[in-house]
Ligand binder design. Structure first.
Ligand code: EPZ
Length: 419
């Protein structure tokens, strides 16, 4: 997926079936290393970050089979302790989960570099601090990081400086095989953290307090293989709901957990968008213009940072949005690069500190470059809602997190082609 061409300005309506969550799939796939056995994953999204993860696992010795019906069987028994090539790990953030899972199983882990979207600095100091609390020795230099605990890990209390999703997940995996009890304080409560805990418990770990800021893990000498159905992707679902709002709707997302979408749905209601929820679906309709509001991102259950760019796009659409909108980004220090591209479409966005103020303007089609996954999704939304032919290059960034994007948007009535 290099380039997306959109003939925008069409009303979108219909249904989209949402796939498995990328950000749940990554820690589970890496976490499986700790089991050393066979794990079978259903609803695994075939997005490039997941495919890259499977490549890393394969390099390390895992045997992977795509089963008829769509499940993926990963046999971790032959995984060897070692370093995956930087060419594989450097492009995805999820590769940091190699540290917790290799450490748990082999008492040693190495990582040359982890990548992911560029939002300024993305330190892993909290992951490393936690490993040290568990008794590991951490050494890092220009070649990467090595974490060692030849005599095993020892349960303890770890207090995170911020509720980091990655650090919580990595430490949960490591602590699942530590001696005794570990408590993670100021833990992340995202649904994908809960999904990892459920996976580890099915594999034999004892974990309680998930969904709160205090997670308790009783380590086990061994974990075993298990089956898992990846939870629905709340960010993919939220993006299609935003497409429905941008382009009128009604758009229904199916196979979702509506409770994971509450912060977004509450924002929509405040904007005057009609929202209807069922057990596993959500429908939005925005036949009339909507009112811009103010959103502030934060750890779950606050408004998700991964839906922030999409909201900015909604707020920018003259003729659809009314009033000034504001998006304050409190999770990432630098996640506004996509706004420069929206401005090339005629958007008016003023950024001061960590807040973008958006005044709706009539936008025009343009040639755009996606800077990152969700920023690219925001450009796509603006292009879908704006009359004329827009092009988005560097579209592989969007393919990191959206499965069957072209088919799903076409089914809603979009004129889109992906090459
Ligand atoms: C995960 O990244 C997601 N990625 C991100 O989604 C998401 O934006 C983020 O969580 C927040 O929800 C994956 O799950 C692969 P964090 P992660 O650790 O784990 C600071 C997407 O679009 N921090 O919760 O890397 C950090 O700098 C992606 O799908 C430290 O300072 O995020 C940030 O400001 C993009 N030290 C904040 O905490 C640390 O050791 C939250 O980071 C760790 C984090």
């Amino acid at each position: 997926m290099n380039k997306i061409v959109v003939n925008g300005g069409r009303r979108l309506s219909g249904e989209v079936v949402i796939g498995g969550s990328k950000n749940a799939a990554l820690p589970l796939l890496f976490g499986g290393i700790a089991t050393g056995e066979v794990c079978i994953f259903s609803n695994l999204p075939r997005v490039s970050d997941v495919l890259q993860t499977l490549e890393i696992l394969k390099f390390l010795g895992a045997r992977i089979r795509f089963l008829p019906g769509g499940d993926v069987r990963v046999d971790y028994s032959a995984v060897q302790s070692g370093r995956a090539p930087v060419a594989l790990t450097a492009s995805i953030r999820g590769s940091t989960y190699l540290l917790g899972s290799m450490l748990a199983r082999f008492g040693r882990a190495e990582l040359a570099a982890a990548g992911g979207c560029d939002f300024g600095s993305r330190p892993i100091d909290q992951h490393l601090m936690g490993f040290e609390c568990l008794g590991a020795k951490v050494s890092s230099n220009a070649d990467g990081v090595v974490v060692e605990a030849p005599n095993g890990l020892c349960g303890t209390v770890i207090r995170l400086a911020m509720p980091s999703v990655g650090a919580t997940a990595n430490l949960m995996i490591a602590a699942s095989m530590a001696r005794g009890e570990t408590v993670i304080e100021n833990a992340a409560a995202e649904p994908h953290v809960a999904a990892l805990a459920a996976f580890l418990c099915d594999a034999g770990a004892e974990i309680t307090g998930v969904g709160s800021d205090r997670i308790r893990i009783v380590g086990q000498p061994e974990l075993h293989g298990t089956r898992n159905v990846i939870i629905p992707d709340m960010i993919e679902a939220g993006t299609y709901l935003c497409a429905g709002v941008a382009c009128g709707g009604p758009v229904r997302v199916r196979a979702v957990c509506p409770s994971h979408l509450h912060p977004l749905l509450n924002a929509f209601r405040e904007m005057g968008v009609k929202v209807e929820t069922g057990e596993h679906h959500v429908t939005v309709t925005a036949a009339e213009p909507y009112q811009n509001i103010s959103v502030v991102t934060g750890p779950f259950p606050a408004f998700p940072t991964d839906l922030h760019p999409q909201m900015t796009a909604l707020f920018a659409l003259g003729g659809r949005a009314e009033g000034e909108g504001a998006v304050t980004e409190l999770v990432w220090e630098s996640r506004f690069r996509y706004t420069q591209e929206l401005c090339r479409m005629g958007a008016r966005i003023d950024i001061a500190d960590r807040c973008a103020r958006i005044t709706p303007q009539a936008l025009h089609a343009a040639k755009l470059r996606s800077p990152d996954l969700r920023g690219g999704a925001a450009l796509l939304l603006a292009a879908l809602a704006t009359k004329g032919k827009s092009e988005i290059t560097n579209a592989a960034t969007i393919g990191r997190g959206y499965e069957h994007l072209e088919q799903k948007l076409r089914a809603l009535g979009a004129h889109i082609s992906v090459s």
